[in-house]
Design a binder for this molecule. Structure first.
Ligand SMILES: NC(=O)c1ccc[n+]([C@@H]2O[C@H](COP(=O)([O-])OP(=O)(O)OC[C@H]3O[C@@H](n4cnc5c(N)ncnc54)[C@H](O)[C@@H]3O)[C@@H](O)[C@H]2O)c1
Length: 435
């Protein structure tokens, strides 16, 4: 009814509409003004919410940086710096002082502990991501804390934090192990590989090139760079331009990026191509680890075979041998030659295979596990899927042998025995099972 009235009162030429000064019209005018103000406020509020929360807007970037700097500043303070200095202090005044990235990871934990044991200063850095059960990373962290190694919880992409760490400690070396590992996961979450293995590596090198003195860098590449190469054993001189997975491609890219930073800025860089590392405190996404879990659970395990019933084999390398290789590479790393972000002369650039030189068929690995666990495995023979895995790996290690006496000493039987002993004690004889 009132709507009808409104239509009746509206002149046909609205521009010439003259407000009558009746009390009723004044009331209507005030009411309309209130409505306009109300809806304007709602509109402004919506715009604010949109720009604040929109993931694609620039405010996302700034809020991200804001959160990051908040996190960084919450790290600061004298107590935090004291912990860092204590962890990074070498036993002797001219001793090595190493920043280990990925320190809560499998290899990082073992390398950090070994460096600390022999008297080097060590500071760890890790973002404790949940690619696999983070409680295992926390348990490794506790282990390291007991031996005096502190792990800063941060991402290698956080340049502000990295610079701050170099302000507190003049690291002589960086052992760069932080990365997104795993071949198959690359099809599920490709951007995590770009984030850690490309952007993170570049960020790390950017910081290393600009600090004074520049540290020497040893970092983990991978045997996966050999990709579809068929010449065996794999030598550092073989072709590495046929990666079979995005993981392998990011590691290969890392080697090229390393070349650039060495060439332009005089950073001393050594890349280590690890071959299927296994052992206590290992990675739950790797076959030897989840085979153990699934054999104990009575679940069937997939064993891949290549075309024409071809054997799939790996050059399984025990963690202690890998650690010796990492220490050897650090000990023979020459100093970087740049300063103030400028190269002063040619710097060392190396790449080494760290393997066992003794490939074992995956079915033999399962037979060893069956004996150690005293449980028969339910084997499910399957075709090797084309999702990044290669048929075999086999390292030629003569270069590492020549350069720093690298000589693996643990065979698969002995190494798996140590792994199974750890697994059963950590997961309580299989009662508390790995995820
Ligand atoms: N284990 C192997 O068989 C093997 C073989 C070849 C190469 N590698 C390489 O060796 C290195 C160590 O491997 P691992 O087996 O110990 O793996 P891991 O996953 O146990 O350790 C990597 C650690 O890096 C951390 N990390 C990942 N991205 C990060 C980031 N952006 N910022 C900070 N921390 C981050 C993770 O939280 C993890 O703790 C990796 O570079 C890996 O690619 C390992």
């Amino acid at each position: 009814m009132s709507q009808m009235k409104h239509i009746d009162n509206t002149p046909s030429t609205p521009g010439k509409f003259k407000i009558e000064k009746s009390p009723y019209n004044r009331l209507r005018l005030q009411f309309s003004l209130a409505k306009i103000i109300f809806w304007s406020l709602v509109f402004v509020g919506l715009i604010f919410v949109f720009f604040y929360r929109s993931p694609s807007s620039s405010s996302h970037v700034s809020s991200d940086l804001f959160r990051r700097s908040l996190r960084t500043s919450s790290y600061g303070g004298p107590a935090w710096e004291k912990k860092i200095k204590a962890s990074a202090k070498p036993r002797s005044s001219n001793g090595m002082c190493v920043l280990v990235t990925g320190a809560a990871g499998f290899v990082g934990t073992h390398v950090s502990a070994a460096l600390k044991r022999r008297g080097n200063g060590v500071l760890g850095l890790d973002n404790f991501n949940d690619y696999y059960d983070p409680s295992l990373k926390r348990a490794r962290q506790e282990l390291l804390e007991r031996s005096g190694v502190y792990i800063v919880e941060a991402d290698i992409n956080d340049a502000t934090l990295l610079k701050k760490l170099f302000e507190i400690v003049a690291f002589t070396h960086v052992m760069h192990l932080a990365a997104q590992a795993g071949v198959r996961y690359a099809m599920e979450n490709p951007s995590s590989y770009v984030h850690s293995n490309i952007a993170g590596l570049v960020n790390m090198l950017e910081v290393c090139k600009s600090v004074n003195p520049q540290p020497s860098i040893v970092w983990a590449s991978s045997s996966s760079v050999y990709g579809l190469n068929t010449k065996v054993p794999f030598s550092e001189r073989d072709r590495t331009d046929q990666p079979a997975s995005l993981y392998a491609a990011t590691k290969k890219a890392g080697e090229e990026i390393a070349h650039t930073y060495n060439h332009i800025y005089g950073l001393s860089i050594t890349g280590l191509r690890f071959f299927t590392v296994y052992g206590p405190w290992g990675r739950p996404d790797m076959a030897y680890f989840f085979f153990t879990r699934d054999i104990l659970k009575g679940k069937s395990i997939p064993i891949f075979e290549a075309a024409n019933h071809g054997t799939v084999a790996r050059d399984f390398t025990y963690i202690d041998d890998i650690v010796k290789g990492c220490l050897g590479a650090l000990d023979t790393a020459k100093k970087s030659t740049g300063s103030g972000g400028k190269k002063k002369g040619p710097a060392q650039l190396r790449v080494f295979n760290l393997g066992n030189t003794s490939p074992v068929p995956v079915s033999d690995l399962v037979s060893i596990l069956e004996k150690l666990l005293k449980v028969k495995a339910k084997r499910l023979i399957m075709k090797l899927p084309r999702n990044g895995d290669v048929q075999f790996t086999h390292a030629n290690i003569s270069l590492a042998q020549k350069e720093f006496g690298y000589k693996p000493t643990t065979d698969l039987q002995t190494g798996l025995k140590k792994f199974v002993r750890w697994y059963l004690s950590y997961y309580g004889n299989g009662k508390k099972s790995a995820q």
